[in-house]
Design a protein around this ligand. Structure first.
Ligand code: K7E
Ligand code: CUA
Ligand code: CA
Length: 610
């Protein structure tokens, strides 16, 4: 942007003059209304595509509708989220999983959809956690993270990709190098690995050593190669030494060759995973020299090429995806980061420094023609990723492109020193790109991917199928399971808790098992318990279990946090906490009668003095 200030000012003056002279106010408006109509989805109508945006340091995934840009859902993954009752309490298994794999936050960058025949099949979405070296899988029948794994032997899980065309593996690049021997025995050389994860079992099958900070990932469309950009071939440990070479590399791992080596028992097993070292196992790794501190790497939908973006070079490098030879290195602009594609042989590259999307023709660039640049459009501002609908599959739609911009500057009402990120939807159906609309998001989407809504239509579930452990209506109970422990088995149905009261003693370990016995989609009930640090949100059919310590003596009204009926406000109940050594008898919630201890259907009560 800052390169040609004079030219830009001149261009905008000319545009204004032309606007006034030839278009006039009315015509300008009509161009606006045409753009507005392209993204306007009237109330009651649905978007054509799902857009999955990484949540960056929000640790989650944002789901938007395309073309409207409306936020439909946030899928909590690596961070607790009160609104969904996600991972709030120690006893929530999801929180335990997060804590045991790296902590209660994540940095998500790259949402990747499962593929069948090179087309997104709507089963899974994977998302990385750069900060803590994790990979999560989201099942799209529920829009819910169902597996989270810690990747052994790597740090900085950055680039991820599914191996086309049938999702044989999910590839994860460890960006931050570690001492080769896994210990801090300087001056051991540093290295990192690319991990190959089984998409169903989520086991890491093998890893391949690659030196030099492996960044973004993609795979060839035939499943032969896993490509990664390598930006620190210098293996420098500070910034100055990372930018010494004019060329770093794209690493191409030959997947069948690596599989054969693993099958032959090669590789050192560390933390249960065989690590193949290309210095010892020849033929598994090819380093293709590309300029300079490259960032994105993207395979063309037809599978012919893979394109690396220069970042510190104004070029992209076009590599033949079969021979691994460089076929062209066209200039595209300043700060090229990522590339996506339409269905007419064009590539679209994000230019971070120029704050532009540049459209260029692949065949013309390969042929060395002068006119390979087709169009440029300004974006606002400092674009990172960009993604066209289906541009990361074998079937690009060629209609919409999303620009994911790091800065929004003057685009929204100021909200203090920290402004939102800015996403822009661009029409790429014609020769010239057209800016259609923008929408702000919380921090911070890096990448996006899109799925046709019709693919998920038969897949998305309406209610949870109650599990075998579900509490059945009519069989609710409050059970004193020991001198210091109580189990409450509860059901939820509009708009009441059953039981709607239970008594415990201070310091009791209370295990609360709740089933929402509703059978209607979206009939969610919440369970918020004051001063005990958690909320639950139970979709229909869902069962959740939480264990917590009963607080100070008193009456605690638990209540429903999700609006559910006209009696939603009345959906309340009491947890009565008696003093620890109380000799006061507790109440049977069935009959209201005072009993010694707590009523225990089928199990003898424990006396109050215990
Ligand atoms: Cu370019 Cu993590 Cu994909 Cu961000 S990375 S922009
Ligand atoms: Cu249940 Cu509100
Ligand atoms: Ca470098």
């Amino acid at each position: 942007m800052k390169r040609h200030p004079v030219l830009l000012v001149a261009a905008s003056v000319i545009a204004t003059v032309i606007g006034v002279q030839t278009l006039g106010c009315g015509a300008a408006r009509s161009a606006r209304s045409i753009a507005a109509e392209q993204v306007y989805v009237p109330p009651g109508e649905l978007d054509k595509y799902y857009g999955f945006l990484s949540g960056g340091q929000s640790g989650s995934v944002f789901v938007i509708g395309v073309p409207s840009g409306r936020l439909i859902r946030e899928i909590p993954v690596f961070e607790p989220r009160a609104a969904y009752g996600y991972a709030l309490l120690e006893s929530d298994p999801r929180r335990q999983l997060l804590e045991s794999t790296g902590g209660l936050w994540g940095d998500t960058h790259h949402p990747m959809l499962s593929e069948k025949g090179g087309i997104f099949d709507g089963r899974y979405l994977w998302i990385n956690d750069l900060a803590n070296g994790r990979l999560a899988r989201i099942r799209l029948d529920r829009f819910e993270a169902d597996r989270i794994i810690k990747l052994p032997n790597l740090q900085g899980a950055h680039g991820i990709a599914v191996v086309s065309p049938d999702t044989k593996y999910v590839v994860v690049n460890g960006e931050f190098e570690q001492p080769t021997d896994g210990m801090v025995t300087n001056p051991a050389p540093y290295t990192s690995v690319v991990a190959f994860v089984d998409p169903e079992s989520m086991e890491v099958k093998f890893e391949v050593r690659v030196n030099g900070n492996i960044d973004i990932a993609d795979t060839s469309k035939d499943g032969r190669y896993a490509f990664s950009t390598v930006y620190n071939l210098e293996q420098g440990k500070d910034m100055g030494s990372m930018i010494q070479y004019d060329r770093d590399a794209v690493a191409a791992i030959d997947i069948p060759a690596a599989e054969a080596a693993v099958a032959a028992g090669k590789g050192e097993v560390r933390n249960g995973v065989p690590i193949l070292d290309p210095a010892e196992v020849t033929g598994i790794l090819t380093l293709i020299p590309v300029p300079k501190n490259p960032h994105g790497v993207n395979a063309t939908p037809d599978g012919r090429y893979v394109i690396a973006s220069g970042k510190l070079s104004p070029t992209v490098t076009i590599i033949d995806a079969h021979t691994l030879q460089i076929v062209a290195e066209p200039e595209v602009g300043l700060g090229p980061l990522h590339t996506t594609f339409d269905n007419r042989g064009n590539a679209y590259t994000s230019l971070f420094l120029d704050s532009q999307v540049v459209k260029w023709n692949i065949d013309k660039a390969v042929a060395g023609a002068d006119d390979y640049i087709v169009d440029r459009i300004n974006v606002h501002y400092n674009i990172g990723h960009l993604q066209a609908v289906g541009g990361d599959s074998m079937k690009p739609a060629g209609n919409y492109l999303l620009a994911l911009n790091k800065l929004s500057k003057d685009q929204y009402l100021p909200v203090g020193p920290d402004l939102p990120e800015n996403q822009e939807i661009i029409d790429i159906s014609g020769e010239k790109m057209k800016m259609l609309a923008a929408f702000p998001t919380p921090p911070e989407p890096h990448d996006a991917t899109f799925l046709e809504a019709s693919v998920l239509e038969p897949i998305v579930q309406q209610v949870y199928t109650p599990g075998e452990d579900a509490v059945v209506a009519g069989q609710e109970s409050v059970v004193r399971t020991g001198p210091g422990s109580v189990q409450v088995n509860m059901t939820l149905l509009r708009s009441a808790y059953t039981p709607d009261s239970f008594e415990v003693r201070e310091g009791d370990e209370v295990t609360l098992k709740i089933t929402n016995v509703e059978t209607i989609r979206d009939m969610i009930h919440g369970f918020a318990l004051p001063d005990h640090g958690f909320n639950m949100a139970l979709p229909p059919g869902d069962t959740q279990v939480r264990t917590f310590k009963a607080g100070k003596p008193g009456v605690y009204w638990f209540y429903c946090t999700n609006f559910c009926s006209a009696l939603h406000l009345e959906m309340r109940g009491r947890m009565v906490v008696q003093p620890k050594d109380s000799v006061i008898t507790l109440t049977d919630w069935h009959s209201g009668a005072n009993v010694a201890g707590q009523v225990v259907p089928g199990v003898p009560s424990t006396g109050a003095s215990q």
